[in-house]
Design a protein around this ligand. Structure first.
Ligand SMILES: Cc1ncc(COP(=O)(O)O)c(C=O)c1O
Length: 290
């Protein structure tokens, strides 16, 4: 997977090999920052405004004030695609830290945040999208402010690694028996024609793809119930699926080794995948051709 050579550092475009951080950088020492991952289809961002809005919301929640306005940042991100002549499917990673300063837990004064962004090519995972994935369940060991897209991802990393070690794609996280989300995606259960998912409290990230799904269900007239479900409910579900910028809308066909529904991606999941492809202006129309 190739990383494009020009990256954004503060408001400058530089070669990726010239990015340097001081030893005392707060993202490195404290994970003191926030980030975004944005999907790009054939050289165009998908859900760009939603991601930019969330970046500013996350930054504000941890009292980081970005140096540039949303409009300026958007312009820089668009320019980044041009400078790299990107016309393919790709993804952008962007992070903002509180800045570089002598190590001290207390916020440094008069220090500007550090921001950088780069793009790497990222083809769609057609086999997962078509055939679905297997997942495990895992205790949600994260803090109480999961609505902030913070750089502190250790519990997410640990849970996803356990999933990998079980030959699975993701880990469905649960707190006190209730399903919150996955380690790097939101999760949904379908029962009797209704979609259930955790409400957007502080315990989950309000995914940008979820925001798109909230639009799709209105058009498709599918009820979306923002109510947390139990781990046990999974084993009675008709369909389960997950959503994220990297995974799009991916069917889940097995949980902890138990088949979900009839073991195939469900009808509602498929309808949402079709709506996603239309919304993201994806030409291949993969799902319609399944
Ligand atoms: C914990 C978590 N939940 C949900 C999501 C989905 O968010 P989005 O749809 O904005 O990619 C992500 C994405 O990285 C995530 O890390």
């Amino acid at each position: 997977m190739s990383v494009f050579p020009v990256i954004l550092s503060q408001d400058k475009f530089i070669h990726r090999d010239s990015l340097k951080f001081p030893v005392e950088e707060r993202a490195l020492q404290f994970g003191d920052g926030v980030y975004e991952v944005i999907r790009i289809y054939k050289g165009s961002y998908y859900l760009l405004d939603e991601h930019i809005d969330r970046l500013y919301r996350s930054a504000e929640a941890i009292k980081i004030k970005l140096s540039q306005s949303k409009e300026v940042l958007k312009g820089l991100l668009l320019e980044l695609l041009k400078r790299n002549n990107i016309t393919e499917d790709a993804k952008l990673y962007m992070q903002v830290s509180r800045g570089s300063a002598p190590r001290d837990h207390i916020f440094p004064e008069g220090v500007a945040p550090n921001i950088y962004a780069y793009v790497q090519s990222f083809p769609r995972n057609l086999s997962s999208l078509k055939g679905g994935v297997s997942v495990i369940t895992h205790r949600d060991m994260r803090w109480e402010n999961c609505y902030i897209k913070s750089l502190n991802l250790l519990p997410n990393v640990m849970a996803k690694q356990v999933a990998k070690e079980h030959g699975c794609y993701e880990a469905i996280l649960h707190r006190n028996g209730l399903v919150t989300e996955c380690s790097a995606s939101n999760v949904y259960l379908v029962k009797d024609g209704k979609i259930f998912t955790h409400p957007t409290t502080k315990n989950i990230l309000h995914g940008c793809v979820r925001m798109a799904i909230e639009r799709f269900v209105q058009e498709l007239e599918i009820p979306l119930v923002e109510e947390a479900f139990l781990i046990e409910d999974i084993f009675e579900a008709d369909e389960i699926f997950l959503s994220s910028s990297t995974s799009e809308i991916t069917p889940i066909v097995s949980v902890d080794g138990h088949q979900v529904g009839d073991g195939k991606p469900g009808t509602i999941t498929r309808k949402l995948q079709v709506a996603y492809e239309k919304d993201a202006n994806i030409q291949e129309n993969l799902i319609a051709n399944v």
